[in-house]
Design a protein around this ligand. Structure first.
Ligand SMILES: Cc1ncc(COP(=O)(O)O)c(C=O)c1O
Length: 395
């Protein structure tokens, strides 16, 4: 092969772009904008959890943990999963601690996907699932969640399954829509998983961020799904420590053995002292989770009011900490043009809707806001967005 013609970079890496969400954070910094794009809290993490991390470092827990995770954290995960979901798992054979749920999802996909395998993905989807599919070699089959309730069409979902389906990826409570899947919806999905002999990989990272009396039901708890469910979760959102990079996969022993091998050679392990602090965090009393949800309820109401006053059509979330909005009334060619205008001229950073869809046109009238921010940040966004009509007039 002629040297010049040789492909020097991976064809896989060429198939996806940099993360739009994380790019928006960089743009927010560049323009001094209020950052309501990326989902990380700008308020303090709980004092006890930070103290536990400091203590772990002082106690010299500074070397590699067991590659699939420190035992105290695996035990705490098993105990909490049984307490909250009523599902017993074996911490010795069914849990793998990873560098964030991001790595847990990637290691899981690499551990189960073979060439020709398909995965079913609800759309709009958390943007990482696209590159996860490409890197693992899975062919995604997208099924729409439609506003205002983000329900799926049962026939459309059934048609996406087939003999090549290896797994469905579920995310409940959902980013970006705030949808919380009901038991009935989960049972319909269960029937398809059983019929086509597939896994369900369920990203439950927002499990405690719930509104309006909704309940988080893990797919692992649905009759017949215990042995085909892989639960992805982590500390990032529940304990407001997105930078710690501690997540995990809960899966039956066979897939766990494969996930552990992939994980070992990808990262060896997550930060040992932070895993130790994680064991403390997961033992938080019920009141901690109740306060977390109550505080986010206040922030949700606040941002819903701000956005409605500024002229956005809002889709009220029932879980997670995002609000999807419809921007068609503002008369922009697409979501990217609007997001650019908003960050540069109005000084508020959001995520263009297209980053949650396979076909950019499907998200052209949507942008996503996050409200995992302190009151002063939301007040600054309110002040800037109140001048949106003026900026629109000057266009
Ligand atoms: C649905 C979903 N899964 C996973 C992640 C990433 O989680 P982690 O910080 O544990 O890698 C996010 C972050 O925004 C998310 O929204």
């Amino acid at each position: 092969m002629a040297r010049a013609a040789r492909r020097m970079l991976s064809a896989k890496a060429e198939q996806f772009t940099e993360s739009v969400i994380r790019e928006m954070t960089r743009l927010a910094m560049k323009h001094g904008a209020v950052n309501l794009s990326q989902g990380f809290p700008d308020f303090a993490a709980p004092a006890e959890i930070k103290e536990a991390a400091r203590q772990a470092i002082s106690d010299d827990i500074n070397q590699y943990a067991i590659t699939w995770g420190a035992k105290p954290l695996r035990d705490a995960i098993a105990e909490k999963f049984e307490r909250t979901q009523g599902v017993r798992v074996d911490p010795e054979r069914e849990i793998t601690i990873c560098c964030g749920s991001t790595e847990a999802m990637m290691s899981t996909m690499l551990a189960i996907i073979n060439p020709g395998d398909e995965i079913v993905v609800f759309e709009p989807f958390y943007e990482n699932y696209g590159p996860d599919a490409i890197l693992s070699g899975a062919t995604p089959r997208f099924v729409k969640l439609r506003p205002p309730d983000w329900t799926y069409d049962e026939q459309e979902l059934a048609a996406a399954f087939g003999p090549h389906t290896k797994a469905i990826i579920l995310n409940t409570p959902n980013n970006p829509t705030g949808k919380v899947f009901t038991r009935r919806e989960l049972e319909f999905i269960r029937d398809l998983c059983v019929r086509w002999n597939t896994f369900c990989i369920t990203d439950e990272i927002y499990e405690h961020i719930l509104y309006d009396g909704t309940e988080h039901i893990s797919m692992a708890r649905i009759d017949g799904m215990r042995d085909r469910t892989i639960v992805i979760n982590g500390m990032s959102k529940t304990y407001s420590v997105t930078g710690w990079r501690v997540g995990w996969a809960i899966a039956p022993p066979e897939p766990t053995a494969a996930i552990r091998k992939v994980h070992d050679f990808l990262t060896v392990g997550a930060a040992a002292p932070l895993q130790q602090a994680g064991a403390v965090a997961l033992k938080s009393p019920q009141s901690y989770y109740e306060k977390l949800a109550a505080d986010y309820t206040v922030r949700r109401e606040r941002l819903l009011r701000i956005l409605t006053a500024a002229g956005f059509t809002v889709f009220k979330p029932h879980g997670a900490y995002y609000i999807m909005t419809d921007i068609s009334g503002f008369g922009f060619p697409d979501d990217v043009a609007f997001a650019k205008f908003l960050v540069e001229k109005v000084g508020v950073a959001v995520v263009p809707g297209s980053s949650f869809y396979n076909d950019a046109r499907d998200g052209a009238t949507e942008v996503r806001f996050t409200f995992c921010k302190k009151e002063t940040t939301l007040a600054a966004a309110e002040q800037r967005l109140s001048r949106l009509p003026e900026h629109l007039g000057n266009r």
